[in-house]
Design a protein around this ligand. Structure first.
Ligand code: ATP
Ligand code: MG
Ligand code: MG
Length: 289
């Protein structure tokens, strides 16, 4: 790892980078247009696999592990490098954002949780069942699954995590953006109603879908909590890349996914392609006939 020969030969200049969502403090801007993300072994394995896969052009190039202040980082391309003060949007893909394994762990100790009950009623006083109300507590598994139904994750197979337009603050209040109409409104705001930009994104997403359907990596991984990062700028340039493989897991050897079959506990389907189909359909409908 840390093979410097893989570094892109762009000149060293002050790099622009900003983070739309995700854990603050996990990132550093690296040299030569790179970005350092706090090391996670699962994510490293994914990037190594992806560099050998047909999906390579759709993920940031991976450059190995580097150390800074005794902390390891995965080094990858900063996708903002070739844009000019871009608008940035993070869309979390899939019909669930927890792994089957996380559900399993939560199930092992089925303790009623008062804190989660309180979070639930704070968002929706009607959400708890009669029994949950009596206990003033909910199980963690129940809470995890309920939370996904608030946004468009369960209903459309993706959700907007946040976006930042060129001269604005980050918008991250999309936790209850659920209906098609609400999603369209948010997307239209993100692109400033610019059809040219929508065209650019659609072209790229359709190409991505085609490659995903042919990818060995994709077929053999449960892809959960991963995002599509959308970038465009005033020059009209657009781009979409897959990022965040911290919760992407290799499947057992006998198993493959089509990423469209609805999830039932045990089949490990993640709804990624179903969500991408919906996203493409929604963007298509934003264009004039
Ligand atoms: P999460 O809470 O979703 O698990 P995380 O800590 O795993 O977050 P990421 O989702 O990988 O972090 O990235 C967070 C944000 O950082 C993204 O929304 C994006 O704005 C920015 N980002 C991540 N990777 C890149 C990249 N390669 N180039 C440019 N920006 C990036
Ligand atoms: Mg993320
Ligand atoms: Mg993550």
């Amino acid at each position: 790892c840390g093979t410097s020969s893989l570094l892109p030969m762009t000149p060293k200049k002050p790099q622009q980078w900003l983070q739309v969502v995700g854990h603050a403090g996990s990132f550093h801007v690296g040299d030569y247009g790179t970005l350092l993300k706090r090391f996670c072994e699962g994510e490293q394995q994914c990037y190594l696999g992806l560099m050998e896969d047909v999906l390579k052009p759709f993920v940031p190039a991976y450059h190995g592990v580097v150390q800074r202040d005794e902390q390891n980082y995965n080094m990858m391309d900063n996708l903002l490098t070739h844009f000019n003060r871009p608008a940035i949007m993070d869309c979390k893909m899939g019909s669930r954002t927890y792994l089957e394994g996380e559900l399993l762990v939560a199930r092992e100790r089925p303790q009623p949780r008062k804190d989660m009950y309180e979070k639930m009623v704070a968002v929706d006083p009607e959400a708890p069942t009669v029994q949950e109300r009596a206990q003033q507590a909910v199980l963690k598994t129940r809470y995890m699954q309920w939370r996904e139904t608030l946004s468009s994750t369960t209903s459309l197979g993706f959700r907007i995590e946040g976006f930042k337009k060129s001269n604005e603050e980050c918008h991250t209040n999309f936790k209850r953006t659920k209906s098609r109409e609400q999603v369209v409104e948010a997307l239209d705001n993100f692109v400033d109603a610019n059809k040219h930009i929508v065209w650019g994104y659609l072209r790229r997403l359709k190409k991505l879908r085609q490659i995903l359907e042919a990818s060995d990596f994709f077929r053999t991984h449960e892809v959960v909590g991963s995002s599509l990062l959308f970038l465009h700028d005033w020059t009209g340039r657009t781009g979409v890349w897959m990022i965040d493989f911290g919760k992407t897991e290799a499947l057992p050897a006998h198993l493959t996914l089509d990423h469209r079959t609805p999830w039932v506990d045990g089949n490990r389907e993640d709804g990624y392609l179903w969500g991408l189909d919906n996203l493409i359909d929604i963007l298509t409908n934003m264009l004039p006939l």
